[in-house]
Ligand binder design. Structure first.
Ligand SMILES: NC(=O)c1ccc[n+]([C@@H]2O[C@H](COP(=O)([O-])OP(=O)(O)OC[C@H]3O[C@@H](n4cnc5c(N)ncnc54)[C@H](OP(=O)(O)O)[C@@H]3O)[C@@H](O)[C@H]2O)c1
Length: 239
């Protein structure tokens, strides 16, 4: 049987590492794990490499490494930023800054777009293949009822547009390639830590649960789904 060839970008993250462990559990899968910090999984079917969205040549190098394992069935981009030492989601327009927007867009929009540029040509062309990037429900313009989190929301809305635009191009060239955004639910990770206080336990997923649900969503996707955004429960999220 041919091996399932999977690349996970953002493999050091809460959800990204759960994806790596999920696929590593399948002995007939070959897993390429890319992360900025170069997390080593020490698992027989996982190869770990580095990639930083601030340096496109690192993405190009990563794609070259990936190409040595043969064509890919699946690429999952599980990177993202909501806060760091100098970034906090804005409560009001008074908190907006160019730096916050630049940081959010670099990691949440531009990085995944550059991964698509270098990794889409590696996907299988004559068989079903999937390129999925983790987005967020808050990137939906029609679903925005609460306001706030301006840079993060805008960067995810822009990511959804990038994915839609790529899906149109792929439909013309690689009809079996499916390009989607995925919302993982609210997941217990470093990214959500400061915002978990008001989340009921039943709505705070473990990374393992979210990754499992998202794999089930990915497994059910067809080319007609390309360009859309789906939540962990398989329901489409409107733009
Ligand atoms: N957690 C949630 O509740 C939730 C909800 C909705 C959507 N999401 C989305 O799900 C995705 C994964 O989130 P998570 O909860 O797993 O977050 P996380 O644990 O904080 O992981 C974030 C990942 O992004 C990587 N990253 C950040 N900046 C990068 C850069 N410049 N270059 C390369 N990699 C970079 C990190 O790499 P290093 O650690 O190696 O620096 C890490 O692997 C994100 O897109 C997030 O927006 C999460």
């Amino acid at each position: 049987m041919e091996k399932l060839n999977v690349a996970i970008i953002g493999a050091s993250g809460g959800i990204g590492s759960a994806f790596v462990r999920h696929f590593a559990g399948n002995t007939s899968a070959n897993v390429l794990a890319f992360s900025r910090s170069g997390t080593d999984f020490d698992l027989p079917n996982v190869q770990s490499h580095t990639m930083d969205f601030h340096d496109e040549s690192s993405i190009e190098r990563a794609a070259k490494v990936a190409s040595e394992s043969g064509s890919l069935d699946l690429v999952i981009v599980a990177t993202g930023i909501l806060h760091d030492d100098s970034l906090m989601p804005e409560k009001s327009i008074r908190n907006l800054s160019a730096e916050s927007f630049e940081k959010a867009f670099r990691t949440n929009t531009i990085g995944p777009a550059l991964v698509a540029k270098h990794f889409l040509p590696l996907l299988k062309k004559d068989e079903r293949a999937v390129f999925a990037a983790l987005s967020a429900r808050v990137g939906s313009i029609s679903d925005n009822r609460l306001g706030g989190w301006h840079a993060y929301r805008a960067s995810k809305a822009a990511l959804n547009m990038v994915l839609k635009t790529i899906s149109i191009e792929m439909a013309m060239r690689q009809k079996k390639t499916i390009v989607v955004g995925l919302h993982p639910g609210t997941v217990d990770s470093q990214l959500s830590k400061p915002f978990q206080a008001n989340v009921p336990d039943s709505q705070l997923f473990t990374p393992e649960y979210s990754a499992e649900k998202l794999v089930a969503v990915i497994d059910r996707l067809t080319p007609a789904d390309s360009g859309k955004v789906f939540a962990w429960d398989g329901l489409e999220i409107e733009s």
